[in-house]
Design a binder for this molecule. Structure first.
Ligand code: SAM
Length: 216
């Protein structure tokens, strides 16, 4: 599975730096790839979220690269790592330990490929950690995971428990409906970024993305 998945990812993606963190090279499906316009039947991947660098994830990674002190010597868990950019940024900024977690096997394989591309190693896992106490970690990274109402409810409640337990929860989000005004009132805005114009097509029309910290 690993060898096959790796060659499929290498075959269908290109290395891109056209995003908010150009210091990170990432293998992605871009408008230059045939799969960009493929129908569901034509793609060998089911919902390849990992093949896109979502605006929420771009903001989280940008923020980490600019504020390395927040991750240096800390134990970082990147939930829903997708292409792995948040994890790679944290490892680059000298986090003590980084676990890139995603329930999609292709996402963690893509993360390992991308980590290697940036001369970084990160641990990976496909365990669904929602509800876990995450005792080994002090900082949780969330990039663009509030796109679904039902999942947003579950996710936010869990993140609140972790934050109340003293963990730092950083959330990157471009304004998805799951991050409601009420939820935003229990968060502090840390940064707002304008997304590169060449990537707005990939960003579903979002022009900005933000980073928040969940209040304890
Ligand atoms: C919209 S993508 C964001 C990816 C990446 N964080 C970014 O911003 O580019 C959401 C990711 O969350 C993953 N995901 C969904 N439910 C999950 C869960 N319960 N635990 C871990 N990952 C999950 C999906 O497989 C997908 O890769």
């Amino acid at each position: 599975m690993l060898k096959e998945a790796t060659s499929l990812i290498l075959k269908h993606t290109v290395v891109s730096r056209k995003h908010l963190t150009p210091e990170l090279a990432l293998r992605l499906i871009t408008p230059d790839c045939p799969l960009w316009r493929a129908t569901e039947e034509q793609t060998p991947f089911k919902d390849p979220f990992w093949a896109f660098y979502w605006p929420g994830g771009q903001a989280t990674a940008r923020f980490i690269l600019d504020n390395g002190n927040l991750v240096k010597n800390r134990n970082i868990l990147d939930v829903g790592c997708g292409c792995g950019a948040g994890s790679i940024a944290a490892a680059k900024m000298k986090a003590k330990r980084v676990l890139a977690n995603d329930i999609d096997k292709f996402a963690v394989i893509a993360t390992e490929i991308n980590a290697k591309l940036n001369d970084i190693t990160v641990e990976t896992s496909t365990t669904n950690l929602i509800g876990d106490r995450c005792i080994e970690f002090d900082t949780i990274l969330i990039g663009d995971m509030f796109y679904d109402e039902e999942f947003a409810n579950l996710l936010f409640e869990w993140l609140h428990t972790l934050s109340a337990d003293g963990k730092t929860v950083l959330i990157g989000d471009p304004g998805r409906h799951g991050l409601t005004a009420r939820r935003r009132r229990s968060m502090s805005l840390l940064a707002k970024y304008r997304l590169p114009t060449h990537s707005t097509m990939e960003n579903n029309g979002f022009t900005h993305s933000t980073v928040w910290r969940l209040n304890t």
